[in-house]
Each structure stands twice: as C-alpha cells, then as structure tokens.
Design a protein around this ligand. Structure first.
Ligand code: NAD
Ligand code: ZN
Length: 253
C-alpha cells in the first residue's frame, strides 16, 4: 500500500531526486561504514583523515595497499542501482546525488551522477591538481611503489575522494544543492543521512516536498520523511520502479 502511494508521488512529481549512500552498494559486496557490518568495525578511521594522509607516508602506504585489496574495482551494480537508472530512463528522476565513491550508478546506466564525496576511479595530485584515471597509479603500487608521486610534478597523489577533514569540491556541492532546490520528491536510499553537508540534500527536499527513505535501519531524517520503506534497496527500489512504470502507463503525458 505505502509502496503504491510512493510510486504515485514519484510518477506525478515535477522532478524526483535520488540520493544514495553506502547501503545501496552493500548488495554488490562493498561494505558500508555505519551499518551492522560496517567498515568502522574493521578499519582504522585514521586512514581516512586528510591531515594524517598528508604528513604520514606510512598512512599513504596503507591507503594505497587498501585500494589494491578493495572490492570496489571488481564490484558490479545490483538491482538497486539498475532501478535508479530505470527511473532516469522513465523520465522522472534525471539526476542521482550519491555519497558513494564506487562508480556503480554509472556502471548501471545512470548518466547524471553527482558524486559529492568524489570517486575512487581517479587520482588527484594534492599539489598541482592533475587528475587522471587510477589504473596507472594502482599498477605502480602493484609493482612496488609504496607511495607513488604525481607523474607531472612529483607531488602527493591521492584517490579523488573526500577524506575526513577535507573540504568537498564547491562546484559539486553547489550542483547537489541546486538539484535539491528544484526537486519536489527525494528518494534517499541506503544512507544513515548523518553525514553533512551531503545529508542537507534530502533535508532540503523533505522540508518543502516529499522525502522517501529506503533503509534497513532508522536514519537521522526519519522525522522529516513522508514515507519510510524499511527494506533492502535491492528489493524495494525495483519494486517501486515497477509501480512507477505502471502508474506512468496509466497516465499518459
Ligand atoms: P552509512 O554507512 O552511514 O550507512 C549505510 C546505511 O545503509 C546504514 O543505515 C545501513 O543499515 C543501510 N544499509 C546497508 N545495506 C543496505 C541495504 N542493502 N538496503 C537498505 N539499507 C542498507 O552510509 P552513508 O550514510 O552513505 O555514509 C558513509 C560514507 O562513507 C559516505 O559518505 C560515503 O562517502 C562513504 N562510503 C562509500 C562507500 C561506497 O562508495 N560504496 C562505501 C563505504 C563508505
Ligand atoms: Zn602534481
């Protein structure tokens, strides 16, 4: 029943914004941070602060090593990512704002993905700003360079992701907020909605329109939600998208 009502909201929306977090990718084998089996239970959070990364070569060595072992480069999109791409194809949700760095929305076919926390598929030089695909850098690590330097200037290389203590890219954040301003429905999927400023995106939509939360656990914005679907994203999003498609077929134009 709730799912049908939500599908009608989405089908009749001016513009639905999809906002996603680490939870949408757990069914692709990538652990989240704050879920029951989250990374916080396994990894030293120190690895993720920019201040430590910049001063400590040992932290950089461990970070690159962790990237080599990361499941992110072999992961495939799941039914949740594919449903999000289908919402775009149906013309109701043209943009995804994601906190994820794994690139799985694009792999599933979403064409306009705003990656507020960056991407693991590229590296950036913290000194000269050079940015390029991560492949060659990972090859260098694999071949024994513990802490590969920027090929252009010799400066510090890092994945093009936002670490703790690091500012978000202003243009990317602005775009995310612009999308929140023009959306009247937001589907927030697989996120605790606790990491700011990213979580302001669903909050902005929730304060003036309809916020739909799809998450297995309670979130920080449950009090703002017009509907809460306590379910796996890989199950709920395809079911919702099927219903949106039927609703659109019933109401031509
Ligand atoms: P989070 O880890 O804080 O929360 C994930 C939420 O998703 C939890 O509440 C969990 O219960 C829920 N969840 C997990 N699997 C689910 C499923 N299959 N269906 C429904 N709900 C599910 O995630 P967050 O709020 O996105 O914040 C973590 C930060 O860490 C993000 O900002 C992101 O940058 C980064 N991160 C990214 C990835 C990735 O790219 N895949 C992975 C880990 C962390
Ligand atoms: Zn450089």
């Amino acid at each position: 029943m709730t799912l049908e009502r939500v599908a009608d909201w989405v089908a009749n929306s001016e513009r639905t914004l999809v906002f996603t977090g680490a939870g949408i990718s757990t069914e692709s084998g990538i652990p989240d941070f704050r879920g029951p089996n989250g990374l916080w239970t396994k990894v030293d959070p120190k690895l993720f602060t920019i201040q430590n990364y910049v001063v400590d070569p040992e932290i950089r060595r461990r970070s690159w090593q962790a990237r080599l072992d990361s499941e992110m480069f072999d992961a495939a999109p799941n039914a949740g990512h594919r449903a999000v791409a289908r919402l775009e194809a149906l013309g109701v949700a043209p943009v995804v704002v994601t906190q994820n760095i794994d690139g799985l929305h694009q792999a599933a076919g979403s064409r306009d993905v705003v990656e507020v926390h960056g991407t693991v598929h590229e590296v950036v030089c913290l000194d000269c700003g050079m940015q390029e695909p991560i492949g060659p850098t990972l090859d260098r690590v694999r071949n024994g360079e513990a802490d590969p330097a920027c090929p252009s200037c010799g400066g510090l290389l890092k994945t093009a992701t936002i670490s703790f203590g690091q500012n978000l890219v202003p243009e990317v954040l602005d775009r995310a907020f612009e999308e929140a301003e023009v959306a009247d429905v937001c589907i927030a999927a697989g996120s605790t909605l606790s990491v700011t400023p990213a979580a302001h995106v669903p909050r902005i939509v929730g304060e003036k329109g309809k916020l739909v939360i799809v998450n297995e656990e309670p979130t920080e914005l449950d009090h703002l939600a017009a509907a809460i679907l306590t379910a796996k994203t890989g199950t709920a999003l395809p079911a919702l998208t099927d219903l949106v498609e039927s609703a659109l077929a019933r109401e031509p134009g």
